[in-house]
Design a protein around this ligand. Structure first.
Ligand SMILES: Nc1ncnc2c1ncn2[C@@H]1O[C@H](COP(=O)(O)OP(=O)(O)OP(=O)(O)O)[C@@H](O)[C@H]1O
Ligand SMILES: [Mg+2]
Length: 235
């Protein structure tokens, strides 16, 4: 479904991605794990068109989408949940969700309401808080809202950037259960995580990133048993 081929991204003179190649199969949950500053966010943002790739290709469903405009990439079916949620704190839950549907230029009110209901079914607490401003939600609720907002564009591929960050284990479990549910409904997921354990337990296939490069890849279950991964990332 998604193929990233020898992607290189720079911040000025500093190279953040070095010839990164990954494949995300349709219907999979694929994960990228790696320490602080490895380049995980840079990779997702380059796929989404938010940062320019200097070399390499991003191929989505057979089409070259490298350096296309972010809203075009969203319209093609790739939606990103940013690291740190980044919901609009001064706007209500409902307004945040409506914004997620905004890229669908031709969508009508009825469709947007239907999609909101779909999000509320997935995260009932968001319906209870529909009129509340997002800044007053708990961290877990904000993460749910960020995921809900991304779903409003009806993605086929969801990019998740560290959804577990700063959340209590119970909340993480509940959010990851939702990811499984979405996956069962046919959504393909690319999950970026510093928490290698939860990521590899969730995913089918995994990549380990180190200083802007893919250091290791394999079936998630095998990576969990890999000595190096165990030593460095699983404590
Ligand atoms: N806007 C920026 N300007 C300059 N350098 C940046 C910028 N954003 C990230 N970097 C650098 O690029 C490298 C990769 O950063 P990136 O945020 O992609 O890592 P990450 O794997 O997502 O880390 P984390 O787990 O902390 O989120 C780091 O060395 C970082 O300092
Ligand atoms: Mg990051």
């Amino acid at each position: 479904m998604l193929q990233v081929d020898k992607l290189s991204t720079f911040y000025g003179n500093i190279q953040a991605l070095r010839d990164v190649s990954i494949t995300v199969r349709r219907g999979s949950i694929t994960t990228i794990v790696g320490a602080n500053g490895a380049g995980k966010t840079t990779l997702l943002r380059t796929i989404s068109g938010l940062i320019e790739a200097r070399h390499g290709l991003v191929i989505y469903e057979g089409q070259d989408i490298t350096n296309k405009r972010p809203n075009r990439i969203v319209r093609k079916g790739i939606s990103q949940v940013p690291q740190g949620r980044q919901v609009f704190g001064g706007m209500t839950v409902a307004e945040n969700l409506s914004l997620g549907a905004y890229v669908r230029r031709y969508s009508n009110r009825v469709e947007v309401e239907q999609d909101k209901d779909m999000v509320f079914e997935l995260f009932p607490v968001l319906e209870e808080r529909e009129k509340q401003v997002a800044g007053t939600l708990s961290g877990g609720e904000q993460q749910m809202l960020a995921v809900g907002r991304a779903l409003m564009s009806r993605p086929k591929l969801l990019l998740l950037d560290e959804p577990s960050m700063g959340l209590a284990p119970k909340v993480i479990q509940s959010i990851f259960r939702t990811f499984f549910k979405l996956h069962e409904q046919g959504l393909t997921i690319l999950l970026v995580e510093q928490d290698a354990k939860i990521a590899l337990e969730t995913a089918d296939y995994g990549y380990v990133m180190r200083t802007g490069k893919i250091a290791l890849e394999g079936m998630a279950g095998e990576l969990l048993e890999n000595d190096e991964v165990k030593k460095i990332y699983l404590g």
